[in-house]
Design a protein around this ligand. Sequence first.
Ligand SMILES: Nc1ncnc2c1ncn2[C@@H]1O[C@H](COP(=O)(O)OP(=O)(O)OP(=O)(O)O)[C@@H](O)[C@H]1O
Ligand SMILES: [Mg+2]
Length: 255
Amino acid sequence: MSQKSDAIIELSDVHKSLSQNKVLDGLDLTVRRGENLVVIGRSGVGKSVLLKHISGLMKPDKGRIHIEGTEITHLDDTRLTKIQMKIGMVFQGAALFDSLNIDENVGFFLYRYRKELGKEKIRKIVQDKLALVGLYDVLDLKPAELSGGMKKRAGLARALAIEPEILLYDEPTTGLDPITADAINDLMIEMKKRLSVTSIIVTHDMVSAYKVADRIAMIYQGKIIFQGTPDQVKKTKDPFVHQFITGKSEGPIPY
Ligand SMILES: Nc1ncnc2c1ncn2[C@@H]1O[C@H](COP(=O)(O)OP(=O)(O)OP(=O)(O)O)[C@@H](O)[C@H]1O
Ligand SMILES: [Mg+2]
């Protein structure tokens, strides 16, 4: 297979300014079909903004974004929605709708775009996805009745509910207890192995990164400045990457 057809997500020369701040500044990134790519970088560097571009929630000022060969930056809403139904996004905050119960939240896209499945079938799918993330008997609860970690897992179940080809995880283990966090790590590995899902995982949690990543990419000043396997990351002499992964703040800060 050629490198080209291997690519499921391709960003070329993507620029985005927000509040007069250049967040993405000519970013290039290729994600291969079936891989788990972990994205790291300091707070505010543009990791969430990057995921929002891939999911079509934000449009670049300049540059191209291809998903399975389709350029998405100029698509009309109907065609964009079709692509978006292949992409599950786990938001940094759980981003649940307060007024809807957990069934309606997790099944949100199915109730809206896959009505033909019928309510009963959708409720069953929702229940199955909730079980995958370790949540039971919560269908009729409102988000306010769940703990922070439970909300986070419900957000993950919502992304899984559409059985996406691509999963975008924004800090999926942050704020979870170590056991639940590791269960989420295992789930991210399982999604790849069993269902060949392609994932981009934004995290500050290097234990999780090393465990789930095929490759790790680091963002700095609007670009990807380093990409490599977990082993290459551990061994790198690159001062920016090294400082990030060791978390050392002494000495001159290279930022
Ligand atoms: N909707 C928006 N409007 C204006 N500025 C925004 C918006 N979204 C993000 N930004 C700005 O873009 C920059 C990157 O934000 P982003 O949320 O992508 O950071 P991040 O790398 O995800 O950080 P963290 O690790 O803290 O989540 C920040 O300076 C932020 O203030
Ligand atoms: Mg973020």
